[in-house]
Design a binder for this molecule. Structure first.
Ligand code: PLP
Length: 355
């Protein structure tokens, strides 16, 4: 076996997707399965598609392009770059949009491809990432009007995203803004809007307590499928959290002081480190570093191990309190946060094993 190794239990991920699909379909909610954390890994994505998601969603066109054999509508969830519209129209069917200039470009390429392309107009209800700010009604209305004139673009829905930048929590109040907006637009333009794409995994607790406003009928779910987590990264009931495990090999074990000797300058990343003097401790070094994953995103499965820090290629751990007598060549195992999984999947130096 080669290390570092990321083990991914695709059966558990598929099961998470199945359970979320059942739960949401029961409530008349469509699921876009968001696969961006898996860095285009086709085996895992296939398992998620097989679970029965309605739409395959990713933030990178390169990933969606590599999923072209999966017969399922595909959606780009990062608002598109003007330079990628040709590929967008070729490899995907739906996009989240916020700039009319981009939609015009989509219409242009969709005409050339003779394909009716769907867009979800993003409305920013307070998190301050993508979308037209909800108070700018004129801008929203004129965008809708422009889109309705386009022959090759269909306004598929209104959407919003929360928690990702501003950390704003989805509530019945802020999501109702979208529902009201939809009613207003339908009245003004005499046209039905099929979907309200109301958010991500962080919206699940609101849905489960029955407080998600009526009318939100699409969720874009990533973290809940991948790691069984939702708001505040808290575990969601009825889902697996132990879907992934990172194994890293020990390359040094030594007794050393806990406080470096000499005058302290800055570390490899320009930070001035601080150390507590705990006397002589047993320290291990694992062959993985910040180039692969930020140590703050790793959680040792042996709870008596403490992560001390990392440089680009070395992870430093205090193993003094562990009951296990680790040896050179042994591996240490870690759980990963969402951010940890994202970078571990992206690192070409981490081997992946899908089981
Ligand atoms: C990442 C992302 C999602 C999925 O979020 P999770 O918290 O992983 O469920 C949904 N929508 C957009 C626009 C995203 O960028």
């Amino acid at each position: 076996m080669r290390y570092p190794l990321l083990e991914i239990e695709s059966k558990k991920i598929e099961e998470n997707a199945k359970r979320l699909i059942d739960e949401c379909h029961d409530k008349g909610i469509q699921i876009a399965g968001v696969t961006k954390v898996f860095s285009g890994n086709k085996k895992i994505v296939k398992a998620i598609v097989d679970a029965g998601i309605d739409i395959l969603a990713d933030s990178r066109i390169e990933n969606l392009k590599s999923f072209k054999d999966y017969k399922i509508p595909k959606m780009l969830i990062r608002i598109p770059m003007k330079s990628q519209i040709r590929d967008l129209v070729k490899y995907t069917d739906i996009a989240l949009v916020s700039e009319i200039e981009i939609v015009k470009e989509i219409n242009k390429f969709a005409l050339k491809a003779n394909k009716k392309y769907k867009v979800i107009l993003m409305v920013d209800i307070g998190d301050l990432r993508e979308g037209i700010f909800f108070e700018n009604k004129d801008e929203i209305h004129s965008a809708i009007q422009e889109i309705s004139k386009m022959k090759y673009v269909e306004l598929y829905g209104l959407g919003t995203n929360l928690t990702c930048y501003g950390g704003i929590i989805p509530t019945s109040d802020n999501l109702s803004i979208l529902v009201e907006l939809k009613k207003e637009i339908e009245k003004k333009f005499g046209k039905q809007i099929k979907f309200i794409s109301g958010g991500n995994s962080e919206t699940i607790p609101l849905m489960r307590t029955g407080n998600m406003p009526e009318g939100i009928n699409q969720l874009r779910l990533g973290a809940s499928i991948a790691l069984g987590i939702g708001l505040y990264d808290m575990p969601l009931e009825n889902l697996y959290q132990d879907t992934v495990k990172l194994k890293s090999e020990i390359i040094e074990i030594k007794q050393k002081p806990s406080k470096p000797i000499g005058e302290i300058s800055v570390d490899a990343f320009g930070n001035k480190p601080h150390f507590e003097d705990k006397g002589i401790r047993k320290r291990a070094i694992c062959a993985i570093g910040k180039q692969d994953v930020n140590p703050e995103h790793l959680i040792p499965i042996d709870e008596n191990i403490q992560i001390l820090g990392a440089s680009s290629d070395h992870l430093l751990l205090d193993t003094t309190d562990s009951c296990v007598d680790y040896k050179i060549g042994d591996t240490l195992e870690f759980k990963l946060t969402y951010g940890g999984l994202l970078s571990a999947m992206t690192s070409k130096y981490i081997y992946k094993r899908i089981i």
